[in-house]
Write a protein that binds this ligand. Sequence first.
Ligand code: SAM
Length: 307
Amino acid sequence: MSLNPEMSTRHMGYMWITEWISPKEAHMHGLEKIYFEGRTKYQHVVIAKTFAFGDALFLDGYVQSTEADEFIYHEALVHPAMLAHPSPRRVAVIGGGEGATLREVLRHPTVERAVMVDIDGELIELVKKYMEKWHRGSFDDPRVELRIEDGRRFLEEAEPGSFDVIVLDLTDPAEGTPGVKLYTKEFYQAVYRALSPDGVAVTQATSTRYNLFMYAIIRNTMASVFPHVRPYKAFIPAFLSEWGFMLASKGRDPLLPREEVERRLPSGLRFLDAETYKCLFTLPKHVKEALESEKRISTDANPATIY
Ligand code: SAM
């Protein structure tokens, strides 16, 4: 099996994926084994075992998550939003290919229905086959409905108020890609409409190191729609960066006191406890300054992009 030559090279006797973080910076991943390499209708997919991070999923050359640290990303993405709602029963995961976001949602015993909407059915079949460590059978949970369609259209057509929590686990707003329309004001208006009156939404919000301007734009854009938006971050080793997230709520302030976090965090987590939760929302000074100074928002007519 050979890798897309634009992204790979043979060096020291094994294959490497070069992940271009920007036109001036790259992360090279040495590959011990390639399970799958090919193109779906929507994206180029590599599922491989890397020497540094274990098994990993790459989409269009960008690492999505790795065996070594996916628990950090997925626990940080899901649980602050699930806790922010007093009793989340109906949850939508938009994107979320690997099934690990779904896995974390399903840890909450209040959940009665979890709809996962990913555009790429071929990718989901590959995930089911090669990435059991991520989804751990979540797709077969009786509470789950898997839908293969555009997440934006799904939310635009959803019954208003039909979800308590919406988790946006989507590919980055990279220039020239459809991901750009998943971080705009009009998109968040559709998210807002689909949420119940005390509904909560969360999105991954790119890197606070190499895309800090975009992190601030996503905060501004969500804040133009939601009354409460709390920016946060977690260090993800495979992303070589502190990773950004935005937590938005229609009802109460989504940032909770320690006692409530301690009482409601589900068991079995490896990353998040009440102390770590507090740390997620403690932003360094330069990040706070960037959030203060950036004034732009992203719209369909004038979308903000990275790279
Ligand atoms: N962890 C990732 C990151 O940091 O970029 C994102 C996770 S996940 C693999 C991204 C998923 O979003 C993919 O499975 C992709 O198919 C899905 N996706 C992209 N555009 C979509 C859309 N318009 N509707 C639904 N899913 C979409």
